[in-house]
Design a protein around this ligand. Structure first.
Ligand code: MLT
Length: 314
């Protein structure tokens, strides 16, 4: 009887709102994409997706919460490259990245921009280099904690420049951006989903983009790449995926994956994200098997890079 009951329950899944955990504070790039995704997935799932911001420890607190949640299809995680960098940054993580989640598919890739407080006396990257050299030991770089995308970019920046900065961690780059605009910190490397509006409005200084190619068709297309500006090998964009706790029933996983694929095809969702410099992944990459294979390869890709740059970690 139990099996039949649970099968019946899965048949009309979802029949109540789903919680989508965002492992960073409200108002940041992850939160922004999650709210757009929830709106698009709602059209297929015909139930509410309620965002729950669980910030802290570079996204690992939110990931831990979902790893330990009931595997009933009503708690999901949307997380980014931090899923692949955190295993190299935390000695005692509370979850096993490849074993404690069901992989629902990759969804989007977001470039990053290196930005500065509006009062920083450097209006381009050449002037920033001079300012950095003149202010060694006094530079404050904001991020969202070990395992955040902003932390990874900061790590690469410090190790490429061979320059230690004081890092100021926040629970997300929403609050970090507020402090940068107020001049409380000097620099931030953050995703275009959070920075393009601020750059366009002239509220922050913009020095370069972290992707190997310039961004086209967005407000950022006149920004040079950090590679062009001499930061060799700087090529990072922030990929996002959707996850459920290990053991979530297959019928629920299938419904969630098809709702995700429908959202990635949704014209409204695509228009919003592409206007902010983001790229929607191809249909094949939003397959669960490809998602898990990719995360595994990213863990192996970033481990030696983080280790080599470790002396510049927080
Ligand atoms: C980060 O990794 O820097 C986060 O994406 C910041 C955020 O989303 O608030």
């Amino acid at each position: 009887i139990l099996a039949a009951a649970s099968l019946a329950a899965q048949a009309d899944y979802p029949d109540k709102p789903i919680t989508l955990v965002v492992p960073f504070s409200a108002g940041g790039p992850t939160d922004k994409v999650a709210r757009d995704l929830a709106e698009a997935m709602r059209k297929t799932l015909r139930t509410g997706l309620i965002i729950e911001n669980v910030g802290g420890a570079g996204g690992t607190l939110g990931a831990t919460k979902v790893a330990k949640a009931q595997p009933d299809g009503y708690t999901l995680l949307m997380h980014h490259i931090g899923m692949a960098t955190s295993p190299s940054l935390y000695r005692n993580m509370q979850y096993r990245t490849l074993d404690d989640f069901e992989y629902l598919g990759l969804m989007i890739e977001v470039p990053m921009t290196l930005i500065g407080r509006p009062s920083l006396p450097a209006s381009n990257y050449a002037e920033l280099q001079r300012w950095l050299a003149a202010n060694k030991g006094k530079i404050n770089l904001a991020n969202a904690g070990l395992g955040s995308a902003s932390h990874l970019c900061g790590l690469l920046l410090q190790s490429t420049l061979k320059l230690d900065m004081t890092t100021v961690p926040y629970k997300g780059t929403g609050p970090a951006m507020t402090d940068l605009i107020a001049g409380q910190v000097d620099l931030l490397c953050d995703q275009t989903t959070n920075t393009s509006g601020q750059i366009e409005a002239g509220r922050v200084r913009a020095y370069g983009v972290t992707t190997s190619k310039r961004l086209s068709g967005s407000a950022l297309d006149k920004l040079a790449t950090l590679q062009e500006l001499g930061l060799r090998g700087f090529d990072v964009s922030i990929w996002y995926g959707l996850y459920a706790p290990r053991g979530t029933p297959k019928p629920a996983l299938d419904k969630l994956n098809s709702a995700l694929k429908a959202a990635l095809r949704d014209p409204e969702f695509r228009k919003r994200e592409e206007a902010l410099g983001a790229v929607i992944v191809s249909d094949a990459r939003s397959n669960p098997a490809e998602h898990k294979r990719f995360v595994d390869s990213e863990i192996n890709k970033w481990a030696p890079i983080i280790k080599a740059a470790g002396q510049y970690a927080d």
